[in-house]
Design a protein around this ligand. Structure first.
Ligand code: SF4
Length: 363
């Protein structure tokens, strides 16, 4: 079977978070049926039917009603093979026990939850509405129904979040019975409420301090970093996201979704009106060999495992160590990268400055 992923975007949310710039709309029942019809058509039109993982993201997929959820999962059912990863993103406030039962029934085996922080004042600033009791209730429900592979997202660098609050968040999140933690440093981007309110990002040194603390503490608690911002218990790495970082193919369907098939990258329109009219693809880019090598390195070096020199040779018929000889040598001397077991790896303590290293290597 090919290592190709299927990403399905559900752009509807029950409320809009203050920092969010994803493709999303406030949930409105009147759009859903037509949206799901279009999703189904888009998958069929791709003529692809073999996927090694499925990821339903958003937006907030759990904002769909039970009936809508069943319809979505019925569309996806033919593409899910037992033992493959079938992941679903959800928010605590609308992932009811009934919806969890439906997810389980259709083979969903991984759920990713937008926890962000336990601090009530910060959650209010984010425009998010769950509390600790809800967090425990939803996670217990998932586990009782047999969905035990659970990710929670954690944000740091929020306005008003000091080190003490972060410590508390890390302490609480690591004591949950979950398998994976994705971390995000807040970035304030245009068209968000935080941007309008002129919220300032914290200094780089503070981010660095927070990041180092998170990496160290999560490791102590059994969550190993395998990608710059992602941590898991052994064997629970996100199979779907690994596809992206290993530069494998994926079909993305839905509003604003991106695909990478063959040597092409596509991205869909972010306009719901256009999407519902069947006018899906907005941009299409044909990648040159150089572009493909660039993506291979840029994405692969995010992983602690780095990139395989052999695979680079097989894919692009070039020797990575020859092509980038001088740059690798310089970065090696500065202990920013290392060559180990046939792989080029960013040294563990320098993953935080990955962007800088990529710039040195690729430009
Ligand atoms: S962060 Fe997630 S839940 Fe919040 S508005 Fe954005 S897509 Fe919706």
């Amino acid at each position: 079977m090919s290592n190709r992923g299927l990403y399905v975007h559900i752009p509807f949310c029950s409320h809009i978070c203050s920092y969010c710039d994803f493709a999303k709309y406030i949930y409105d029942e009147k759009f859903i049926s037509s949206y799901l019809d279009n999703l189904e058509k888009e998958i069929l039109d791709s003529n692809l039917d073999s996927f090694s993982s499925i990821y339903v993201g958003g937006g907030t997929p759990s904002s769909l009603s039970e009936k809508e959820l069943e319809r979505l999962l019925t569309i996806l059912k033919p593409y899910h093979k037992e033992n493959n990863s079938f992941a679903f993103e959800a928010n605590f406030e609308n992932l009811t026990l009934e919806k969890i039962k439906i997810l389980k029934q259709y083979g969903v085996n991984r759920v990713s939850l937008g926890l962000q922080t336990f601090n009530q004042d910060l959650l209010k600033k984010l425009n998010r509405y769950h509390d600790e009791e809800k967090i425990h209730e939803v996670i217990n429900n998932l586990i009782n129904e047999g969905i035990t592979d659970i990710n929670c997202d954690l944000i740091y660098g929020l306005p008003g979040q000091d080190f003490k609050i972060l410590e508390e968040d890390v302490k609480k999140i690591t004591s949950l019975p979950i398998t994976h933690i994705s971390t995000y440093a807040l970035s304030v981007v245009p068209h968000t409420m935080f941007y309008i309110k002129k919220v300032e990002e914290v200094d780089q040194e503070v981010y660095r301090e927070y990041y180092d603390y998170i990496v160290k503490t999560l490791k102590e608690k059994g969550f190993n970093r395998y990608e710059v911002s992602n941590f898991s218990k052994p064997g629970y790495e996100s199979k779907h996201n690994l596809l992206y970082w290993r530069n494998e193919e994926y079909l993305g369907v839905g509003l604003g979704a991106a695909s990478y098939i063959g040597n092409k990258r596509y991205s869909n329109t972010k306009s719901l009106t256009q999407y519902l009219k069947g006018e899906r693809v907005k941009d299409e880019e044909t990648l040159t060999k150089e572009d493909q090598e660039f993506y291979f390195l840029m994405l692969g070096l995010r992983l602690e495992e780095g990139v395989s020199i052999d695979r680079f040779k097989k894919l692009y018929n070039e020797d990575l160590l020859v092509k980038y000889q001088d740059k690798i040598k310089e970065l090696e001397e500065r202990r920013l990268v290392q060559l180990k077991d046939g792989r080029l790896i960013v040294t563990k303590e320098n993953l935080f400055i990955l962007d800088y290293i990529l710039q040195k290597l690729l430009f």
